[in-house]
Design a protein around this ligand. Structure first.
Ligand SMILES: *Cc1c(COP(=O)(O)O)cnc(C)c1O
Length: 340
């Protein structure tokens, strides 16, 4: 039994999801003629109370399209130093948008309104014009940390006062809504743009949806095309997304419970220095100095368990749809056996 905890992106469609993907009505989406894509876009937009949506191949693409639409060259994006848009998108902000980035030192990916205010450039010819703020919920490098609604509200208020756009990298937004008990609709009201991944915890094989106003999505569609993301009978993939939204949101609590069980087991392990408190489906922990992350990953691999390292001396486990209770028991047993 292979236990793959490297990411929640590794899931494969369930038999029922696959069934939905086999014969949906489809058409050429570049011509705007794929009814299943339209259904997914309408469904997702309504869920978050937004006017319009655009189905794209990846979360990187939806984020980068949003950044392109919300900035002009010579302007600046503000985000946390560990933000996916900055840390994991290959320098795309500079490449795609000719914009610069100001990173904030948040706590587990969460920064404050005061930190934001202190980093908005004044109208001075020396400085790039601040135009966009991006927050990530849940915060991936923050170990799946969720934003409180009140914290989002404070950031949104500052953005309004300073005429800044606010974009949500909501690759794992449903992990946050489920864990915090707020609704997608509540979250949606604060943002100009929202990027939602279907291929993370929701278990679809591919896809991300960008949400916002009608004019924003019209512009986004042009940017997607020029990036090579205009796709044809994408309804087969949209069908998986629709199924995921209907059936795989509420069950995220199971992933969160399993992550909690892993956290508890790790706190009793002699090779663990500390565990980042678990809020959702991501477990990040620090190894004691005598155990390297490469050594640990190799040792786990020999036991058929795959995990990843987000940085020196750190290991990350991500629970997901294809990680079962039997795998959890096996993992906890193996971790115990690693003691001494
Ligand atoms: C995975 C992820 C994305 C998008 O990644 P893709 O692999 O391009 O779909 C964006 N933001 C965060 C926080 C992510 O974890």
């Amino acid at each position: 039994m292979l236990i793959d905890l490297r990411s929640d992106t590794i899931t494969k469609p369930t038999p029922k999801m696959l069934e939905e993907m086999m014969s949906p009505p489809v058409g050429d989406d570049v011509y705007g003629e794929d009814p299943t894509v339209k259904k997914l876009e309408t469904k997702t937009a309504e869920l978050f109370g937004k006017e319009a949506a655009l189905f794209c191949p990846s979360g990187t693409m939806t984020n980068q399209i949003a950044i392109k639409c919300f900035t002009n060259p010579l302007e600046e994006v503000v985000c946390d130093e560990g933000a996916h848009v900055y840390y994991y998108e290959g320098g795309g902000i500079a490449f795609n948008s000719s914009a610069s980035t100001r990173t904030l030192k948040g706590k587990r990916g969460i920064f404050t309104a005061d930190q934001l205010i202190a980093n908005i450039n004044k109208n001075d010819i020396h400085n790039p014009t601040t135009s966009l703020v991006v927050i990530e919920n849940t915060a991936n490098r923050g170990g799946g940390k969720c934003w409180d609604l009140s914290e989002i509200e404070s950031i949104a208020k500052v953005c309004k006062e300073h005429g800044l756009y606010l974009h949500l990298d909501g690759a794992r937004i449903f992990n946050a809504t489920v864990a915090k008990g707020y609704s997608p609709m509540q979250v949606g009201s604060y943002f100009d743009g929202i990027s939602v991944c279907l291929s993370k915890g929701l278990g679809a094989p591919i896809g991300s949806v960008l949400l916002g106003t009608k004019p924003f999505i019209e512009k986004a569609k042009r940017v997607r095309k020029v990036m090579g993301g205009g796709w044809r009978q994408a309804g087969y993939l949209a069908a998986a997304g629709i199924y995921a939204l209907d059936h795989h949101i509420d069950r995220l609590v199971e992933d969160h419970q399993r992550a909690k069980t892993i956290e508890t087991a790790l706190t009793k392990c002699s090779f663990v220095k500390s565990v980042v408190p678990v809020e959702t489906n991501i477990v990040i922990f620090e190894l004691i100095d005598s155990v390297s992350e490469a050594g640990f990953i190799q040792k786990m691999k020999e036991q058929n368990i795959l995990c990843a390292s987000p940085g020196k001396q750190h290991i990350r486990f991500v629970t997901h749809l294809d990680f079962t209770d039997a795998m959890l028991d096996s993992l906890v047993g193996k971790l115990k056996s690693f003691n001494n």
